[in-house]
Design a protein around this ligand. Structure first.
Ligand code: SF4
Ligand code: SF4
Length: 180
């Protein structure tokens, strides 16, 4: 994501705390980007498998992709959402996203706004090997994520297809009690 992209995220902050957390996150990710040696920073146009993008934010799957990944893991869609995902609310969109390492206590729940700033690698990132544990069926959002290409997310936004109604149809037991 470009610097402008980070600043756009910061501009969505709901309150002073959100603004502080978003800029702290911006600083954190900038520092981690250097530590990881992302392709764009080392002047490459091919993935270095550094893992930074899986730390920055877990990729978002479409409903169809969630179904494929559930089958790959021998789970039902509902079981997958409850075991590996948290729900993010952004405007009218309620989209499930892979939990990160700091969010294991809230899988299957709607995240409160502050928990959206939790830091950690995606639940499917293997820290030792830098493999994606669902690489064979990873979402399109992961496939097209290229840190050297600032337009990588311009034309594809899987968040938009998710709604609360769809989520409850797929997973009626979802916990929305954290809504704020
Ligand atoms: S695409 Fe992701 S994993 Fe690959 S080099 Fe860039 S930041 Fe690292
Ligand atoms: S699903 Fe795989 S590619 Fe996507 S964020 Fe998680 S570890 Fe990275």
């Amino acid at each position: 994501m470009s610097k402008d992209g980070h600043l756009a995220e910061a501009s969505k902050a709901r309150d002073t705390w959100g603004l502080i957390l978003s800029f702290e996150n911006y600083e954190f990710l900038g520092s981690e980007r250097k530590e990881h040696g992302t392709a764009d920073l080392v002047g490459k146009k091919e993935c270095q498998r550094c893992g930074w993008c899986c730390l920055r934010r877990s990729c978002i799957a479409t409903p169809q992709e969630v179904a494929v990944i559930a089958s790959y893991l021998d789970l039902s869609v509902s079981e997958l959402i409850k075991a590996k995902m948290v729900i993010n609310k952004d405007g009218d969109s309620y989209h499930p996203i892979w939990a990160n390492e700091s969010q294991l206590d809230i899988v299957g729940s709607l995240m409160s706004y502050r928990r959206t700033w939790d830091r950690g690698y995606c639940i499917f990132f293997d820290r030792k090997t830098h493999d994606c544990l669902i690489h064979d069926v990873r979402p399109k959002a992961a496939k097209i994520s290229e840190c050297w290409n600032f337009d990588d997310e311009a034309d594809f936004n899987p968040e938009k297809v998710w709604t609360k109604t769809l989520l409850l149809k797929l997973c009626p037991e979802l916990n929305f009690s954290e809504e704020d």
